[in-house]
Design a protein around this ligand. Structure first.
Ligand code: NDP
Length: 297
């Protein structure tokens, strides 16, 4: 029987374990604060930000939300980030991407104080991950590691093929999984749109992580018997539903399930983990900045 890895359940457990750390911070008079900044009128971005704010409310993190008109000058966003960097009640800052074209997104990432960079996208934090000394781990890759751990899948000595090399998923996940560390020690292959013979690379993997943004691209024929499949993809495809669309992953779930030993669904796999790990990083950030030892799950 193929195990369907329940991301909602694993995320709920992490959130419940985080409560102890939030209580420890409260005993020290600290309430973690997360600022979200939205400079977009894209409905998907609005939904992501409101979900993050709701998550904060639920666990006792102070959520601060700033909205900036997408047509406003870029400096308005940079001034906001500077204010949040200086605000002692804000421990984590998340600028929802993508920002409008007239704003340099790399400059946005560099503008955030690395101590408050709970996305772990700042070059200093990326460098620390590569060097094996992470301050924070980026939410989605960290969520993937936690899912593998919860499913009892060890990465040590295993062949892991990641399909996708973005700065937010593929590359940081590869950097984490190759580390000489308990939840690393994997032999990692990173594939992208120029990769030749992709199926050959996925078929030889013990663990396949799909993060390419192409609906249902990885199917059962591209997997080896007994593989673990982690589907990061979230794609809206037209469907005869009330909303006119449905969400599908980058993996063709039905055919992959026939071959895999364990697989994550979409929705209900990686998505809830990304949200839980943002709370995790915010709690870690509050601990660092306030000098309180927090025991993280
Ligand atoms: P990007 O579009 O930034 O990156 C996609 C990557 O996939 C690129 O490296 C691209 O290659 C590669 N790729 C595209 N087409 C192919 C192909 N045919 N064969 C092999 N590789 C290909 O996407 P993200 O990393 O931001 O996101 C990936 C997916 O994960 C999306 O579906 C996104 O919605 C989802 N996502 C889900 C999250 C969650 O919490 N569940 C969080 C973040 C993302 P190249 O570099 O050559 O262009």
């Amino acid at each position: 029987m193929t195990e369907v890895i329940d991301g909602n359940a694993v995320a709920a457990e992490i959130r419940s374990d985080l409560q102890d750390s939030i209580d420890a911070l409260a005993d020290a008079g600290v309430r973690p604060g997360l600022a979200t900044v939205l400079m977009s009128d894209d409905p998907a971005s609005e939904t992501y930000v409101s979900m993050k704010q709701r998550d904060c409310d639920e666990v006792g993190i102070e959520g601060i939300h700033v909205e900036i008109d997408p047509d406003a000058p870029a400096e308005e966003l940079f001034d906001t980030v500077e204010d949040l960097n200086a605000d002692p009640e804000v421990h984590g800052i998340l600028v929802q991407m993508p920002v409008p074209d007239h704003v340099d997104d790399r400059r946005v990432i560099r503008a955030i104080d690395p101590e408050k960079d709970v996305d772990a996208f700042h070059p200093e934090n990326v460098g620390r991950i590569v060097a094996g000394d992470p301050r924070y781990r980026p939410c989605t890759p960290h969520g993937v590691q936690k899912l593998l751990d919860a499913a009892g899948v060890e990465t040590e000595g295993k062949d892991v093929t990641i399909v996708g090399r973005s700065n937010i998923v593929g590359k940081p996940l590869a950097n984490l999984l190759v580390q000489k560390a308990e939840d690393g020690n994997a032999t990692v292959t990173v594939c992208h749109s120029r990769t030749e013979n992709l199926a050959e690379k996925t078929r030889r993997a013990d663990v396949v992580v799909a993060a390419c943004g192409v609906p249902e691209m990885i199917d059962g024929s591209m997997l080896s018997e007994g593989a673990t499949v982690i589907d990061v993809g979230v794609n809206r495809v037209d469907a005869d539903t009330e909303k006119g669309y449905e969400l599908v992953g980058d993996v063709d779930f039905e055919s992959a399930k026939e071959v895999a030993e364990a697989i994550t669904p979409v929705p209900g796999g990686v998505g809830p983990m990304t949200r839980a790990m943002l709370l995790y990083n915010t709690v870690a950030a509050a601990g660092h900045q306030e000098g309180v030892d927090v025991d993280l799950p």
